[in-house]
Design a protein around this ligand. Structure first.
Ligand code: PMV
Length: 312
């Protein structure tokens, strides 16, 4: 059906938040949860947006203006003016939770680009969808690295690297879905602020930062090999080490550390924070359905929201 062709996926960073800003590779996994969009042109001018997505509390208050800007940027990218002849009704749905740190903003604008390609109708390549998604992301994040919209567009597990020009990314072959649990700390932090803090620390002590960056690059190389070999246990160990580097970068926090520890104690083969940090989400690798259930149950005692899903 039409809606199933308009999915934009959520994402979690397997390895490399913050380091990715400095143009080293990161590994990102799109989750099976998604946002979809229905776009219908109407006879009267005007833009109507119906948002039926689940959200964390206060989403409408904190994020609504940014969503309006993001939607406007995607319309502008396609040269659509809803104030003249035709209007547009956009309906967003799906099971991806907004404002939780899962990349719902990118999923939304990618889903919208896909819906417009059907409504226009205009055959678009995946790269064109991704480019429209990147434009929309600017409405939410100013100068995003592009990792979120790329994962939202292409799905799966990706190696992603920022460059001075277009980012480079490759889709990794994954023989079976990677089972995960992810949980929210319930704390929202500002990506711009935390990225700025890391930059200030880097500038104050370049040798310290270079040392961490080198350790990270060695880890992500091993991470890619573990994914290629389908070795989830090894990948888990590397995620644990990546979390330690995030702690050293000062982007983790007690709430994230507690969730990570609880997940490991409940049987996860690896657990780490994902994304901006100082709040937001953590993720745990749980190779079997049984471990996934146990880890989710342990996290539910501590976290306001817990999800079981896969990197597909
Ligand atoms: O909080 P998220 O999931 O949007 O991730 C931010 C990731 C950073 O590396 C901190 C910033 C970026 O633009 O890549």
């Amino acid at each position: 059906d039409v809606l199933s062709r308009t999915k934009g996926y959520g994402k979690l960073i397997l390895m490399g938040e913050h380091f990715v800003v400095y143009k080293v590779p990161a590994l990102v996994g799109a989750v099976s949860c998604y946002t979809d969009c229905d776009a219908v042109f109407t006879d009267k001018p005007g833009l109507e947006v119906i948002d039926e997505r689940p959200a964390v509390p206060n989403y409408k208050v904190t994020k609504k203006d940014e969503a309006d800007v993001a939607i406007g940027l995607v319309l502008k990218h396609f040269g659509i003016d809803t104030t003249k002849e035709r209007g547009l009704k956009l309906t967003f749905g799906g099971d991806l939770c907004c404002a939780s740190g899962i990349g719902a903003s990118a999923a939304q604008v990618v889903a919208m680009a896909r819906a417009l390609s059907i409504a226009l109708p205009k055959a678009m390549t995946e790269d064109e969808i991704n480019a429209a998604g990147y434009e929309g992301e600017k409405g939410y994040h100013g100068t995003p690295s592009g990792i979120d919209n790329t994962a939202a567009t292409f799905g799966g597990v990706l190696k992603f690297q920022r460059t001075d020009g277009d980012p480079i990314f490759t889709k990794k072959k994954v023989s079976e879905p990677i089972r995960i649990v992810y949980a929210s700390t319930g704390i929202t932090s500002s990506t711009t602020k935390v990225v700025g803090d890391v930059k200030a620390k880097k500038e104050a002590d370049p040798a310290w930062f270079d040392d961490l960056l080198k350790k990270y690059v060695a880890l992500v190389e091993k991470g890619e090999k573990a994914i290629d070999a389908g070795d989830i246990t090894e990948l888990g160990k590397l995620l644990n080490e990546n979390h330690t580097l995030c702690q050293e970068l000062t982007v983790s926090c007690k709430e994230l550390d507690d969730l990570v520890t609880a997940a490991r104690e409940a049987g996860a083969v690896g657990a780490k924070m994902s994304g901006t940090g100082r709040g937001g989400l953590m993720l745990a690798l749980t190779p079997t359905a049984e471990i996934q259930d146990k880890v989710a149950a342990a996290l539910e005692k501590l976290a306001p929201q817990v999800w079981k899903t896969t990197f597909a």
